[in-house]
Write a protein that binds this ligand. Structure first.
Ligand code: NAI
Length: 350
């Protein structure tokens, strides 16, 4: 399939495919836009039912990275890589190094890091042969989840100010779905700030630990979206706000780290009509890419516009950006998500 035949193509600047039969490697790098800087995006390693699904995934995710980077104010464009196949079966040192050589051929236009099926330890192996990889435990910022959690925490303040007319977290009730790398850290930040927490996770042990550590109330995974709270914070999976869950939701705002929380654009409109404030996921969860920017700026051959502002200031930018999006959305009577997409397209000149 030729990339521009995909419904996800959207004028991608470049799409590269790579096959290394001896290592069993088949990979795609999609570069959506370099208008604001060299493209960045994680590497996803997974099986796809059809090769065209892998291509669609790479194109869709790289476009999303363009929007995320633009709204995060980082001097980066959008890209994404996928390695096709079952990582449990295929992944080994030879394959990872072959992938590193592929990245070298794509050159400085694209730089990558961890994602589903592709860990920090894998980044380390690729790093042995390629400079175009970040998030390694030895050389770089390490686990991006701590920046993501911090960014969500700052973003939640914008939600509280706009939706609740309060500026601190004291006594606000958050229902948190998923206590993994991001959700757990976020619980810690909210607990310290005096918030009230209701939590869930598929792993009951983690939920029990959260109850002891943060005084959180635990609910079953299938009840979290029904919890009567102030803000629902999805930090587990995408698509959690859908036709089956929306009628049971009893919060005034939804804002969390999970990617693609809304099952469809129409769901966003339904939230708006029900006066439930929604923080677009690709804006509030940009902390990871903001945290990686320093390391990205050190890659040879990269020209960044000037020195970067201190990291914490840049993470706080998520707060300001959300305030701007909520105000514009309200003024134009559109959803925050549609408003954010419109702003991102303006920023990258599309
Ligand atoms: P993680 O894999 O460390 O944690 C996810 C947690 O959710 C796990 O503890 C899992 O048991 C739990 N979970 C899964 N399904 C569940 C369900 N149905 N109900 C309750 N709990 C469930 O993932 P991480 O890194 O914390 O990321 C969370 C979300 O945020 C993901 O959607 C991820 O794509 C997104 N995200 C993460 C970033 C990062 O820096 N880690 C950056 C941007 C987005």
């Amino acid at each position: 399939m030729i990339p521009w035949q995909s419904a996800e193509f959207d004028e991608h600047e470049q799409v590269c495919c790579f096959v290394e039969p001896r290592a069993g490697l088949r990979a795609i790098v999609a570069i959506h836009s370099t208008a604001l800087g060299p493209a960045a995006g994680g590497t996803r390693f997974r099986s796809y039912a059809r090769d065209r699904d892998a291509l669609d995934d790479a194109l869709r995710l790289s476009r999303a990275m363009s929007y995320k980077c633009a709204l995060a104010g980082v001097p980066l464009g959008g890209g994404k890589a996928v390695i096709l196949g079952d990582p449990m079966r295929l992944k080994n040192r030879a394959l990872l190094q072959a992938y590193g050589h592929f990245l070298n051929r794509v050159g400085g236009q694209f730089c990558t890091g961890e994602d589903v099926g592709f860990s920090l330890a894998d980044c380390e192996v690729v790093r042995e042969v390629s400079p175009y990889i970040v998030g390694t435990t030895s050389a770089g910022a390490g686990d991006p989840a701590r920046y993501t959690a911090q960014g969500v925490f700052y973003g939640l303040r914008a939600v509280l100010e706009h939706g609740f007319q309060v500026s601190d977290y004291q006594g606000v009730h958050f229902s948190i779905q998923g206590l993994g790398s991001v959700g757990w850290r976020l619980c810690g930040l909210l607990h310290e700030a005096g918030a009230r927490l209701t939590v869930t996770d598929l792993d009951g042990d983690i939920a029990s630990r959260a109850s002891r550590r943060f005084g959180a109330t635990i609910v079953a995974p299938d009840l979290i979206h029904r919890t009567r709270a102030d803000v629902f914070v999805p930090c587990a999976l995408g698509g959690v706000i859908n036709r089956n869950t929306i009628d049971a939701i009893q919060v005034r705002a939804i804002a969390g780290a999970a990617n693609n929380q809304l099952a469809s654009t129409e769901i966003g409109e339904t939230l708006r009509q029900r006066h439930i404030l929604y923080a677009p996921d690709f804006v509030i969860n940009a902390g990871g890419v903001i945290g990686a920017t320093e390391e990205l700026s050190r890659i040879p051959g990269r020209v960044f516009g000037g020195p970067l502002a201190p990291l914490d200031d840049r993470l706080r930018g998520i707060y300001s950006r959300l305030r701007e999006i909520f105000a514009r959305a309200e003024a134009s009577q559109s959803t925050p998500e549609a408003t954010a997409l419109h702003m991102a397209c303006e920023l990258i000149g599309r």
